[in-house]
Design a binder for this molecule. Structure first.
Ligand code: 0RA
Length: 837
């Protein structure tokens, strides 16, 4: 329909009205089903499901890449909590589908199980749950907008909670093709959180860039004051991925071994195509990290590709050692576990019809893959060994060392277990609790004897046990198990937990989560660099040796307060910056009267509080527009005086060193502006295009405009006059501050935003704010009240959402390279990436 006008398009829609109506009904039912049972379609309503939505949309763009049509994907988290995914693929089809009378894009985004032409998109390999993904995301979005650039035109369409609110229309000309989706997750569905976690998304984007060499992915989190776009583009794809896994470790050989194979076979008379790519590189640690993917989907539980790879690796190394007489008679047998010590590998297969254990695709089942990947790996390795015999010898030595150490560790574990059983059992340093049922008990692992002492005195001894740890723990990443187990602090910890450690039978000291003596294990360290180092060491150990505790959600991190504030004689602990800000506003508005000068009206205390709260929220959201060179008051002055609606777009025009702005109410105003300027509609902030030698125009969408308009309406409803946000010549409000002894401080204000600024300033008066450093600065009572009292404390639950992420992080923190570690700790004083609140 490239040269079809809008009116023709509408006429056609009209003609298909019957079909439209019938289809509409079933489609509404379909998307309503997704909203009723989000678990079935997007795997829940928690933070994981929230991020899964991003993957669903993203997978469609990646499929376009796999099909050879897309080279660049841009992802941006916006200030209002929405997110967009832009690709330069073919664009979702927009022509009218004959059966339904609906445009392709509407069909793709609203009809569940829309098979046929748009169901599979004609993809050979597909990552997405095609025909389900994007429409489910649409169903669980407060709003969902799509712009398709295709056939020389930009098409636009908008949905709310899955329902069409703006039909497909042309909003401008396009020079390129592609799809641009923006959605805001619906807080009615995602009750826990609708806040996207930057680290989680960047992690997945990087992974996708590794798995799709040559695909450029740009990610921007626009929420911070100074957003920095990150670009992921890897020419050597999976090989670079493996090098990345080994970052901070010392590799055993300089270049990763890469094996690829394309296999075509018939299964039940159906042609199947499988591309296998296996890359591996050994390092000098004692742990293995093997990541498996099918059509770029991560399979954390492995499956047939993993088992094929594993047995081929063991077979190849044993075969080489046998053929070259590398084993002595007294040497133990090299097992699968042994050849995996220090192994970093990625297995990525593309399969035209993969079968998974479940909808979540955590495990690949397709039986044919085992021998396909197995023989590719075995043949590839034998060939590599032949041309690189000295490296092959290193592989054998590594495996042999592991086999010998395995024996030693088994003996060490047994000793620890025996130690725990004999000699009265529990370590002397542990102050145990009286309750015996682990479901009700907590173990606090406390940094240092002094804080440990305070914790012992302050605790509720009925159910809280305290274990103080002195000094530095041994770094378990760099030492073998037998050495780790000779460390006193570690042995104490193991005995206190009661679970044993590591793999293997309980009889030889292996881990058993059912034996846990506490169902909450709480790490309590200082909020400084040493504290986070100790915390990470502890987590490393728990992750490596007692992973089950983390998997069951037994491990937590205590959150001591961040500030201590003092006013006159009163002291208060403050958890975070947000709370501090709130307190400043509260204190600052305690004894003030706000007067509207226009008619002398004095606002009641509760009204002042509401006004201040809304203005503060407005100020926070308003940070976004200043990036485009517009002062917040100037933007706010563009509000519609009755509806409070704010412009959705800002055009920024720069000529030489002069800058001006045009505010555009909605996409129609935007379309008119573009036509007037003679610009391309797919011009965006990321692709500024000069329209003359000196005049540059960029267009910016203000995603937070609706949220801000809501706040304006709330403020206006309370009765504050907000006609103008830029300063007026005459004052419009007076803040009268009662400062005791019948004296007052009167301030005349000329802009609504000055009210918050003034009140915050009041709040700071006579207040001392001290950044809180160590646990030791609190007495036992304070420590209990702020950090240990189940009624008041906040705990972070440690959650391994992605073993690779956690492992990479541990390596970063624990490995040999000091600079990245220092940087990381400084960047994340308390905010460790793999933790979930
Ligand atoms: C259906 C069919 C075709 C492409 C797409 C959907 C498509 C969907 C998305 C979602 C995000 N980006 C996308 N890009 C493409 C095939 C189009 C054709 O045959 O021209």
């Amino acid at each position: 329909m490239s040269d079809q006008s809008d009116s023709e398009n509408n006429a056609k829609n009209q003609a298909g009205a019957d079909a439209y109506g019938a289809d509409k009904l079933s489609q509404l039912k379909g998307l309503e089903a997704v909203r009723k049972k989000p678990g079935m379609y997007i795997g829940g309503t928690d933070e994981r499901a929230l991020h899964h939505c991003v993957s669903e949309v993203l997978d469609n763009s990646v499929d376009e890449h796999l099909a050879g049509f897309c080279t660049r994907i841009e992802v941006a988290i916006h200030v209002d909590g929405s997110i967009s995914i832009r690709d330069n693929g073919r664009g979702i089809p927009v022509d009218i589908n004959k059966d339904s009378g609906l445009p392709g894009v509407e069909l793709v985004l609203t009809t569940l199980h829309s098979g046929g032409k748009y169901g599979q998109g004609g993809y050979k390999f597909s990552g997405g749950t095609h025909g389900v993904g994007a429409k489910c995301v649409n169903a669980v979005s407060e709003w969902f907008e799509v712009e398709v650039s295709r056939d020389g035109l930009v098409h636009h369409m908008k949905f709310e909670r899955g329902q069409v609110v703006k039909k497909l229309s042309v909003i401008g000309k396009a020079r390129h093709t592609g799809t641009y989706v923006t959605f805001k997750p619906d807080a009615e569905i995602f009750k826990e959180t609708t806040v996207f976690v930057s680290a989680r998304i960047s992690q997945r984007l990087r992974e996708l860039a590794f798995l799709n060499s040559g695909l450029e992915i740009v990610f921007t989190d626009e929420r911070p004051a100074d957003p920095k776009p990150e670009t992921y583009l890897y020419k050597d794809g999976v090989s670079e991925f493996v090098k990345q896994l080994n970052q901070g470790k010392t590799p055993l050989h300089p270049t990763p071994v890469r094996i690829t194979k394309e296999t075509h076979l018939q299964l039940d008379d159906k042609p199947i195509e499988i591309h296998s790519e296996v890359v591996l590189q050994y390092n000098d640690t004692y742990n293995d990290q093997v990541l498996c993917y099918t059509n770029t989907i991560h399979n954390p539980d492995g499956g047939t590709h993993l088992s094929g790879f594993r047995s081929a690796l063991t077979r190849a190394i044993n075969q080489f050692s046998k053929a070259n007489n590398l084993l002595k008679d007294k040497d133990p047998q090299i097992t699968g576990d042994d050849v995996r010590e220090g192994l970093a590998a990625v297995i990525s297969i593309k399969h035209s019809d993969p079968k998974f254990e479940s909808q979540t695709k955590v495990k690949l089942l397709s039986p044919e893959v085992e021998s396909v990947v197995g023989s590719a790996t075995y043949e590839g390795l034998m060939m590599y060994f032949e041309t690189n015999p000295s490296i092959a010898k290193r592989f054998v030595d590594k495996g042999l060392n592991a086999a010998r150490a395995r024996e030693a560790a088994r003996k060490a574990r047994e000793t620890v277990r025996k130690g725990a059983l004999s000699g009265g059992g529990l370590p002397g340093k542990l102050a145990d609790c009286s309750e015996r049922d682990p479901a009700f008990t907590e173990l606090y692992i406390v940094e240092g004897d002094s804080a440990g002492g305070s914790a012992k005195q302050g605790r509720d001894r009925r159910f809280q046990a305290i274990l103080p740890l002195r000094g530095k723990l041994i770094n378990t990443e760099k030492a073998r198990l037998d050495k780790v187990l000779s460390n006193e602090e570690i042995r104490t910890l193991i005995t206190a937990c009661g679970t044993g450690i590591g793999e293997g039978d309980e009889a030889v000291g292996g881990f058993n989560a059912d034996k846990a003596r506490y169902h909450k294990i709480i790490i309590m360290t200082d909020a400084d660099v040493d504290g986070s180092h100790i915390r990470t060491l502890l987590l490393t150990f728990l992750y490596r040796q007692m992973k089950g505790l983390i998997e069951r959600g037994y491990v937590y991190i205590a959150q001591p307060p961040l500030y201590k504030i003092k006013r006159k004689k009163r002291e208060q602990y403050v958890d975070n910056d947000e709370q501090l800000n709130r307190i400043l506003l509260e204190l600052g508005s305690e004894d003030v009267v706000l007067t509207r000068l226009q008619d002398g009206h004095e606002f009641a205390k509760d009204k002042v509080d509401q006004i201040v709260e809304n203005l503060a929220a407005l100020e926070k959201l308003g940070g976004g527009v200043t990036r485009y060179g517009v002062e917040l008051p100037v933007y706010l002055d563009q509000h519609d005086k009755t509806t409070q609606v704010l412009p959705r777009y800002i055009a920024r025009i720069r000529e030489g060193n002069k800058e001006s702005h045009v505010f555009l109410a909605d996409e129609n105003a935007r379309a008119a502006f573009i036509t007037g300027e003679g610009l391309d509609a797919d011009l965006s902030a990321d692709a500024p295009r000069p329209t003359g030698p000196i005049r540059r125009v960029t267009l910016h969408e203000i995603f937070e405009s609706n949220e801000m308009a809501k706040l304006l309406r709330a403020i206006a409803a309370i009765g504050l006059e907000i006609n103008q946000f830029t300063a007026t010549a005459e004052p419009r409000y007076t803040l009268t501050e009662n400062i005791g002894q019948k004296s007052e401080n009167k301030t005349n204000l000329t802009s609504p935003l000055d009210i918050v600024a003034q009140i915050r300033g009041n709040g700071r008066k006579g207040l001392s704010i001290q950044r809180y450093k160590g646990l030791g600065e609190m007495n036992p009572k304070q420590l209990f009240e702020t950090t240990m009292d189940p009624e008041k404390r906040r705990l972070l639950k440690v959650d391994i959402t992605d073993a690779a992420k956690a492992d990479a992080l541990f390596t970063l923190l624990m490995g040999d390279e000091v600079p990245p570690r220092r940087q990381f700790i400084e960047d994340n004083a308390l905010n460790v990436q793999f933790l979930d609140v």
